[in-house]
Design a protein around this ligand. Sequence first.
Ligand code: G3H
Ligand code: 13P
Ligand code: ZN
Length: 332
Amino acid sequence: MISYKTLGLVNTREMFKKAVKGGYAIPAFNFNNMEQLQAIIMAAVETKSPVILQVSRGARDYANQTLLRYMAEGAVEYAKELGCEKPEIVLHLDHGDSFETCKSCIDMGFSSVMIDGSHLPYDENVALTKKVVEYAHQFDVTVEGELGVLAGVEDEVSAEESHYTKPEEVVDFVTKTGCDSLAISIGTSHGAYKFTPEQCTVDPETGRLLPPPLAFDVLEAIEKELPGFPIVLHGSSSVPQEDVDTINKYGGKMVAAVGIPEEQLRKAAKSAVCKINIDSDSRLAMTAAVRKALAEKPAEFDPRKYLGPARASMKELYMHKIVNVLGSNDKL
Ligand code: G3H
Ligand code: 13P
Ligand code: ZN
């Protein structure tokens, strides 16, 4: 059993309290490799932002859970080396699928876990989430639960249809489980294809797809039921069209990729939404930069020559999210 506290990591409790009060959201960025992690830490240090490093099932399969944990420990020291005296870094399990997975992450030094029982019948979701909370709280590890189902196509997290969170269930769920934050469904979804073209309208000026708005009425009803309780938004990538264009220009084929407009995320960040999950936008920034670098220098074969620009592009993306969308800058 290794406590995250000895690794210099923090849990989400104080961070979320301050974010809800201050009307901003903490960035929760997924990471799978060194370049992504470096970009996240550089961006967080430069903007003086707290940050949540998220590890998904796909990331654990790809990079190994133990290695990712040691990388997060290294990230704390790296942040200090970059000049941040007291970094606030959370190591979080994204979409934990069982008690055993959550326990194994808690035991190896994660400071926060998500138990995603959103696909289960309500009572089973309550029972599983409660079991994880009871274990996690013994070690001061915070737990995110989920109510409502997000639609989307993603390697490990997928559902055909979304079901908005029912505001009438949230008080019962939070009370019975004791979870520290709640992920909700209000129209976001995972991946780079969040809406079908049929669900969108076409912007007459640009010809781009304009997605339908998020269900802010559902969010407001949830906030009324649970005043000041930390709310989490998954599936919050905006799918920057410049990156999609770059990918397509250099041989990619991404058709009708569309995300959540940034104004809507800005509005959400000012509410009780205090954690916003972003993964796909980083994938797009990385892929666009790699495709461009390889196309422009076809003789290049040193990976640093294309992963370097990819890292720079991700850092720029993370800084933009922190400063212009979430508002978590200057909080350290
Ligand atoms: O919520 C899902 C994340 O974007 C992770 O996806 O399991 O393919 O890494 P992944
Ligand atoms: P995106 O696919 O919109 O980046 O969402 C990521 C996410 O919710 C991770 O849990
Ligand atoms: Zn998610």
